[in-house]
Design a protein around this ligand. Structure first.
Ligand code: ZN
Ligand code: ZN
Length: 141
């Protein structure tokens, strides 16, 4: 039977965590903050309820950056891996970078958000629904 617990970590391993499946959503984000924060064309996040997220590393390793009036991003203070995003717009959930998981989760990426802010030097999956506009999540198709 497949495990319902999926572990994740930063690049250096100082930050370790695990989540319990199922997750709520999985999206590609094309906003400029994700792009700069990760040094990538876009970033794939998934969303899980807080009660199904457990941080397992020592206190003080995880660092925080308030990236907007509603969002706070967390990263490893040793290696700099970007790990989590928390928003006052959905306080019961935590957003987690899919690339930091050590095994597959239960969802494939479902859609694009902040698509209007995308860069044009990286191809994207054109089959997925696109959300964008000023809120980042208005239907574009
Ligand atoms: Zn690290
Ligand atoms: Zn973003």
């Amino acid at each position: 039977m497949a495990s319902s617990t999926v572990p994740g970590s930063c690049l250096c391993g100082a930050v370790r965590f695990e989540i319990e499946l199922p997750t709520r959503a999985c999206v590609h984000c094309h906003c400029s903050m994700c792009r700069r924060g990760h040094g990538a064309g876009y970033v794939t996040w998934f969303v899980v309820p807080r009660e199904r997220f457990r941080l397992k590393s020592e206190p003080g390793v995880l660092r925080q950056y308030t990236s907007s009036d509603h969002g706070m991003r967390s990263f490893c203070g040793t290696c700099g891996s970007s790990l989590f995003c928390e928003s006052s717009r959905h306080p019961d959930d935590i957003d987690i970078v899919l690339a930091n998981m050590q095994a597959p989760i239960d969802l494939e990426p479902q859609l694009h958000v902040y698509y209007s802010d995308r860069i044009d030097w990286m191809p994207v999956d054109e089959a997925l629904p696109r959300l964008g506009g000023s809120s980042g999540v208005e239907p574009l198709d």
